[in-house]
Design a protein around this ligand. Structure first.
Ligand code: NAD
Length: 371
């Protein structure tokens, strides 16, 4: 993680630590997202109690539509007690990776939230589906398109919902940017540029191919890739790409340092983007039309989203000054409503599969296939 991302995360953690603890006697009355309050909140059970699950649990505390009702951890004795106290979770709702399947017998758990290393997403999604629980799975959905298909099939055959946690889609500022790009105000979209760059330290699971499935593309490059696909509203048809590891040594022994890729949509729109684990760089997307453009930077951090641009009607700009895990609150609300109202998530498993197919095509085009 680069220094900017780290300081943002630190600031976020500071804010998050001030959020009120969720207790049954003091639930939030109304979601800050404005989502209607459901008759019964959805009980979420995070799987893997790392960075992202911590953030998601704090998001659940901000909405009356979600509750943390279970925990799954390989270090249940060390990590769970703190969350049990904070979210009022009994010992009987704490599981490890071996007895995970017993969530089947816990009616307080409606859905799991998969916050595990990428290579574990498929197994823990399939096991949740077999236990009859809905699945909110972090990105990247898995480490191959074959795994993504297995997850979709398992959730379909067990009649549970599957959503991939693409938080950008649920952020109202991003939805506004997408509308601006698509409503003709910059003319016809001709091209995109983007990227998400940072540094990862040796020893992180993200640098271990067995756990990560690939390099920075699956972790960071997926953000501009997914956002560009979402705004374009079509699927890439051709790809070109390069990977490179300029920094020698054990840090990049199993995954590449950097990747730059470009692709073309059937309409003729071009996109170029990149990501890295060894470059201190920006997180951004440019959307270029015949008559204007929008530049989004920073684009992918938890807070601080900003955009500027020129449209047919003059300059535009905007910033998101929200604090805390707000994009995750939108996600938690959305999936809870899908479960209670029996609707399909805006980012179902098929969205994760589409990204995975694109990432496989990018690595193939670079001569470094991952699957
Ligand atoms: P993390 O390292 O902080 O947490 C991973 C968790 O998995 C830990 O609790 C760890 O104990 C557990 N785990 C189980 N088996 C493990 C193993 N063999 N090796 C390492 N950890 C193991 O990671 P994270 O940053 O929370 O990322 C988890 C997932 O969430 C990843 O798929 C990542 O891409 C995704 N993520 C999404 C966002 C987002 O903004 N949507 C941000 C960060 C991470």
């Amino acid at each position: 993680m680069d220094r900017r991302a780290f300081s943002k995360l630190s600031a976020f953690t500071l804010v998050a630590s001030r959020l009120p603890a969720q207790t049954p006697s003091h639930p939030a009355q109304q979601s800050p997202t404005g989502a209607p309050t459901l008759a019964k909140p959805v009980g979420y059970c995070p799987v893997g109690l790392g960075t992202i699950s911590d953030i998601f649990m704090r998001a659940c505390a901000e909405t009356p539509n979600a509750r943390v009702t279970g925990l799954v951890s390989g270090h249940a004795q060390e990590k769970a007690p703190r969350y049990q106290r904070e979210f009022n979770i009994p010992n009987s709702s704490v599981y490890n990776y071996e007895d995970y399947d017993k969530i089947r017998d816990n009616p307080a758990i409606d859905a799991v939230y998969i916050g595990l290393p990428n290579s574990m997403h498929c197994e823990y999604t399939v096991r949740a589906a077999e236990a009859g629980k809905h699945v909110l799975c972090e990105k990247p959905m898995a480490i191959s398109s074959a795994e993504c298909r297995k997850m979709i099939d398992a959730c379909r055959s067990h009649n549970v919902k599957l959503m991939i946690a693409y938080r950008i889609h649920y952020d109202p500022t991003w939805q506004h940017i997408r509308d601006l790009a698509r409503n003709g105000s910059i003319g016809e979209i001709q091209g995109f540029q983007g990227g998400f760059y940072g540094n990862k330290r040796e020893g992180e699971w993200r640098l271990d191919r067995k756990l990560a499935g690939g390099g920075s593309l699956l972790d960071l490059g997926i953000y501009p890739l997914n956002t560009i696909r979402w705004i374009a509203g079509e699927e890439p048809s051709t790809y070109a790409a390069q990977v490179s590891t300029k920094l020698k040594g054990p840090r990049f022994a199993s995954v590449e340092e950097s990747v730059e890729f470009n692709f073309k949509f059937p309409s003729g729109t071009l996109a170029s983007s990149g990501s890295s684990y060894g470059e201190a760089g920006p997180a951004y997307v440019n959307i270029c039309g015949t008559d204007g453009y929008i530049q989004v930077q920073p684009a992918f951090f938890y807070n601080g989203l900003k955009f500027t641009g020129q449209t047919k009607n003059g300059p535009v700009n905007g910033a998101n000054d929200t604090q805390g895990p707000y994009q995750f609150v939108y996600e938690a609300d959305h999936f809870a409503a899908c479960i209670r109202n029996n609707t399909t998530p805006l980012t179902p498993g098929e969205e994760g599969l589409a990204d995975m197919l694109a990432m496989e095509a990018i690595y193939r085009a670079a001569g470094a296939p991952i699957a």
